[in-house]
Design a binder for this molecule. Structure first.
Ligand code: 3SK
Length: 493
């Protein structure tokens, strides 16, 4: 077995040589330079080793986004352990289940956090102090030299149903987004990256950790979950050049933006996590003058595998295959579909996970022996441009035809009084039919025949079978901790 670079070393060392005093992270008034980061990582590695953490051990990390998060992740990787960044907002039983499933040796968390209370493993409180304090503890420790298949990271997907699945990644996988997607979006060390998605979500981790450090850029971290107005303030304060967010957040930002809102400095607005509705793309362009560049990735890929190219983003399209990936669209028998037909997306590329943690059957279903990975997403493609049709398990079968909830939602979202919506299936006389849940603009009232108006509107644009049989006004839609709409939570409502 050949050895590969330790990911922590590969992410830190070139920066120490090139620009030790450059800020790696900005958070509130804290500035963490690359030298500060490296010192703190060595110290954290030593602290973990002294606590009995061995190469291969899983280390749970439940921390609000801030300098401590990359320090802890890199510190664990440095000694060959496998960090598991977890969202701060899971339920106690979810923490208990995940930490037990992973067989985590220790948990890094505030001792009062529900994760610490729920876990029955040693809790290491995280108090790295300010950058000066970190520097005085600098302690050199050789990085662990991993073998090619040694794990560097264990991520748990926040699936909308069932138990979360552990997705292990190797040291070299951590570097892969920078070798492929980073070039696609033209990243350089001069970029200042701000991801509204957190480090516990693969999308945020790719942006604020793998890409930021591999390019020697600077990333902004925010411990809170800022609302749209606070996000605008952060953008004005730190002037990021690249902004990553999910579609829901762009919709929320549109509610607080004004035509002359200052977004100076941002050269690229990027969206992933869910399909970006064409209506959001257009409203954003109209309001700000900027395009939103959309792509799709997954925790299993630890990368983005289809993406628009900056400056050429197309409303309603996810884009073209990203560098480093091959893709196929297949039917349920794994036969390639005819051009233009919807199919299940398979991807193949270096750096994708080769199995789930502790789930051999699910792994066999998803990760195929020849390297192809089932994404669970449906797409159509023409001229190399991919259009997302939704998650395969969200698709409805109405009158013998597949109905994409997203296609119906995209029409509803063009109605001026619809802020957000989700379409799911319901049963009418035993048959599956679409139903819609709608968050309306302020002032629209239940009982005002809004449903009738929406029905008329959808019928103008789509065939009868695709028209929801009922429209329910709701105050908010159920979402996962990463901001994805949980359509299946609305099935029985
Ligand atoms: O979950 C996603 O959609 C995603 C998107 C981009 C990168 C990573 C992930 C997990």
């Amino acid at each position: 077995m050949t050895s590969v670079s330790n990911a922590a070393w590969a992410l830190l060392f070139p920066n120490l040589e090139r620009h030790p005093d450059k800020p790696a992270y900005l958070c509130g008034d804290d500035v963490l330079t690359y030298a500060d980061l490296a010192s703190a990582v060595a110290r954290t590695g030593a602290m973990l080793a002294a606590s009995g953490v061995q190469p291969g051990d899983r280390v749970g990390c439940v921390l609000p986004d801030g300098p401590a998060t990359p320090i802890m992740l890199l510190g664990a990787m440095w000694i060959g352990a496998c960090p598991m960044p977890l969202s701060s907002s899971l339920r106690p039983e979810e923490y208990a289940w995940i930490l037990a499933d992973a067989g985590a040796r220790v948990l890094i968390a505030d001792t009062g956090h529900p994760a610490a209370v729920a876990s029955n493993i040693p809790v290491l409180p995280c108090s790295p102090g300010g950058p000066e304090g970190l520097r005085t503890y600098c302690d050199f420790l050789e990085p662990y030299a991993p073998e090619a298949n040694d794990l560097a990271l264990l991520l748990y997907t926040s699936g909308s149903t069932g138990r979360p699945k552990g997705v292990p990644h190797r040291h070299r996988d951590i570097m892969r987004p920078a070798e492929t997607f980073g070039g696609l979006i033209g990243l350089t060390e001069n970029d200042v990256i701000f991801s509204a998605s957190k480090l516990s979500f693969a999308y945020g981790l790719i942006a604020s950790f793998s890409l930021a450090l591999a390019y020697g850029a600077t990333a902004i971290l925010s411990p809170e979950k800022p609302g749209p107005a606070e996000l605008l303030q952060l953008i004005r304060r730190y002037r990021p050049s690249v902004f990553f967010a999910v579609p829901t957040l762009y919709n929320l930002l549109l509610r607080v933006l004004e035509p002359d809102s200052y977004l100076g400095g941002v050269r690229l607005f990027y969206s992933a996590g869910e399909a970006l509705p064409a209506a959001t793309f257009k409203a954003w362009k109209l309001m700000t003058g900027y395009e939103i560049c959309e792509g799709i990735g997954s925790t299993e890929a630890y990368n983005l595998f289809i993406s628009n190219r900056p400056g050429e983003a197309m409303p309603g399209a996810t884009g073209k295959v990203a560098p480093g990936f091959e893709v196929r669209l297949v039917d349920e028998a794994d036969t390639d579909v005819a051009a233009g037909q919807p199919g299940l997306l398979l991807i193949r590329g270096e750096g994708t996970a080769t199995a789930y943690w502790n789930l051999p059957e699910k792994s066999q279903e998803t990760m195929l022996p020849d390297g192809w990975l089932r994404t669970g997403d449906m797409f159509t493609a023409s001229d190399g441009v991919f259009i997302h049709q939704g998650r395969a398990d969200d698709m409805l079968k109405v009158g013998g035809w597949f109905v994409s909830p997203q296609e119906v939602e995209n029409v509803l979202l063009t109605h001026p009084d619809v802020v957000e919506c989700a379409v799911s299936g319901c049963r009418v006389e035993g048959l599956e039919r679409p139903q819609a849940f709608v968050v309306a603009r302020n002032g629209v009232e239940a009982g005002s025949n809004f449903g009738g108006e929406l029905r008329r509107f959808v019928r103008e644009h789509l065939p009868e079978d695709m028209c929801p049989v009922r429209f329910q006004l709701v105050a908010a839609l159920p979402k996962t901790s990463t901001g994805k709409i949980m359509r299946r939570a609305l099935v029985q409502a």
